[in-house]
Design a protein around this ligand. Structure first.
Ligand code: TNX
Length: 562
């Protein structure tokens, strides 16, 4: 930890030299990411002692402040009376002006004050403060005098981690939570199950992990149609999940679990074939060893719904703070349902038109999602699904993540449903970050197969250009249904933590700014200048971000392997 603080300060020195070109020049504002709403620089600077004394009536405020700064190696101590102290004030009335996550930060040469309506605001003020800290030529850490008033543009600032395709070690999930907090993200969407693995311990159904968490092999990097012959697996115990959820909560991040259904369910169906469409020809489920849209769907049977009710019961207990459960709902190939006499029978019994093979899958998808929504609601949560659930007739409380056509967002928001914007065009940061296919190929040539990506191209600039409100939404009533946006780190080609960081940063920094900062003043040239300084902070945290030249910041960490 000590070494980390030293390297943080070392980086801060570099940052300082970028900010303060000459003693006589007016200091430039620190290079904040995401950019605060309002920053005013004042004369002078607050000297930072080894340990920062804080005065706070509310224990929650002190904890939030201390937790935020600890990750950047800045220690605090509670003080009753002290010169050069930080005073933290919570005042619920500020909710009207600052919202639940906003803050007012004043740095004077002899005092720092933070005001917020709730501890989340104090936490974000501390993150901003950490970014403002620099070290002068004589080696003294200071924070320039300034006032900041800040609050997020969107309430949902998300990052999706896919632990199903490649397992992310619990400590690495926590590391991502810390890095998210640094950028003022507040939702971690955790993709926990898929065709290639079920990663969450469910006590009532032990085979989900005993069988469903293991696959016999994975695609060979660089040769995706061939298996590598190596067994692969991993899952989170319930204790580990509770620990991660609490860790996130202390950093004002809500974890939203995703349990995929009715498709992307091969791992679960391999563990419990009785919940699959077992009357279809060639029914031989296996935990998949390759990627793609794959055929195994849950059977729309009472047994399946009972199973899902049990699973949801345990999931809801593990994620007490999550208002939502994500059920996926995407990419359901129709073949198994049209081929299953039992599925048709079930459809008939429930008043669907079972004799029209063209519409039957959509009818069943809708029926399935609605049944599961009732289950989730009965457990006190709301349902989120990918935009496919819009096609199947959402209820009033269904919330969508729009990944395909923006028309689903327009349709949902105009009919009163909440949406989170997650379009492939701007938020799929599993896509290549090079501008062209050729550049991507050159990169793989340089770095090896660890640099392989699923496809596509999504540059930093494109992410930064993202405007989450679809232009067709014009009234405040419609616009308020866009809760925010989220970046997706699908992990088919994210083999380990070094690659995860390489894919995430700096594109997640750009998305953080899209989600937090006002649209007015958004400017890519200005962002890249601030990013150059911010990269030093990332480096101080040993983040393997993609450098502007395309290469990883930490070349010694292999992009392949565990
Ligand atoms: C589509 S987005 C998927 C995922 C893949 C991703 C790869 C969505 C709802 N489904 O299963 O991992 O593309 O980019």
């Amino acid at each position: 930890m000590k070494a980390q603080f030293a390297s943080f300060l070392a980086a801060a020195v570099l940052a300082a030299s970028t900010c303060f070109a000459a003693d006589t020049a007016a200091p430039a504002a620190p290079s904040f990411i995401p950019r605060p709403v309002q920053v005013e620089l004042k004369a002078g600077a607050f000297p930072v002692a080894d340990t920062l004394p804080i005065q706070a009536e509310a224990q929650t405020a002190a904890e939030a402040f201390t937790t935020a700064l600890a990750f950047s190696g800045i220690k605090t101590i509670r003080a009753t009376e002290s010169a050069n102290a930080v005073t933290l004030t919570l005042d619920a009335k500020l909710n009207d002006t600052l919202g639940a996550e906003g803050y007012r930060l004043t740095v004077a040469p002899d005092a720092i004050t933070v005001q917020a309506a709730a501890p989340a605001g104090v936490f974000y003020a501390a993150q901003t403060l950490a970014q403002a800290l620099t070290k002068d030529a004589a080696g003294h850490a200071t924070i320039p005098a300034l006032t900041i008033q800040d609050q997020p543009r969107f309430a949902w600032r998300g990052l999706m981690l896919d632990s199903a395709r490649h397992f992310i070690q619990p400590d690495d999930v926590k590391r991502m939570i810390d890095l998210m907090a640094l950028h003022k993200f507040n939702h971690l969407h955790w993709h926990l199950t898929d065709d290639q693995g079920w990663r969450l311990e469910i006590k009532k159904y032990p085979r989900l992990t005993a069988v469903g968490s293991k696959r016999t092999e994975s695609p060979t990097p660089g040769n995706r149609n061939h298996g590598d012959g190596k067994t692969y697996g991993g899952f989170y115990t319930q204790e580990q999940v509770k620990d991660i959820v609490a860790y996130a909560k202390a950093r004002f991040i809500t974890v939203i679990p995703e349990i995929e259904m009715p498709g992307h369910a091969a791992a679960a169906i391999t563990a419990y074939p009785e919940f699959g469409n077992k009357d279809v020809p060639n029914f031989h489920p296996t935990v998949n060893t390759h990627w793609g849209v794959l055929p195994y769907l849950y059977a729309p049977s009472e047994e399946t719904f009972k199973f899902l009710d049990d699973v949801m019961g345990e999931v809801c207990e593990l994620f007490p703070e999550a208002p939502y459960i994500h059920i996926g709902g995407d990419e359901c190939p129709e073949a198994q349902w049209t081929a299953s006499a039992a599925a048709r029978d079930m459809a008939r019994k429930n008043g669907l038109n079972a004799d029209d093979p063209k519409t039957l899958p959509k009818q069943l998808h809708s029926y399935f999602v609605r049944r599961v929504e009732k289950i989730i609601n009965a457990h006190g949560k709301r349902l989120i699904g990918w935009d496919e659930v819009q096609e199947s007739g959402p209820t009033k409380t269904t919330t969508l993540m729009v990944w395909r056509n923006w028309k689903w967002a327009v349709q949902a928001a105009t009919s009163g449903n909440d949406v989170i914007m997650t379009p492939t065009s701007h938020t799929y940061i599993d896509y290549g970050q090079e501008a062209s296919k050729k550049d991507q190929e050159t990169l793989v040539h340089k770095l090896g197969n660890g640099a392989e990506v699923i496809g596509g191209s999504l540059t930093l600039e494109k992410v930064y250009s993202f405007e989450p409100i679809p232009p067709q939404l014009t009234t405040p009533e419609q616009i308020k249904h866009v809760l925010g946006c989220q970046a997706q780190l699908w992990s088919e080609y994210i083999f380990n933590q070094a690659k995860l960081e390489y894919m995430a940063f700096p594109r997640a920094c750009a998305l953080a700014e899209v989600a937090w900062s006002p649209t007015a003043g958004r400017n890519f040239a200005d962002f890249t200048q601030r990013l150059a300084v911010h990269e030093k902070r990332l480096a101080a945290h040993q983040v393997n971000y993609r450098k502007a030249d395309g290469l990883p910041a930490q070349p010694e960490r292999p992009l392949l392997g565990p």
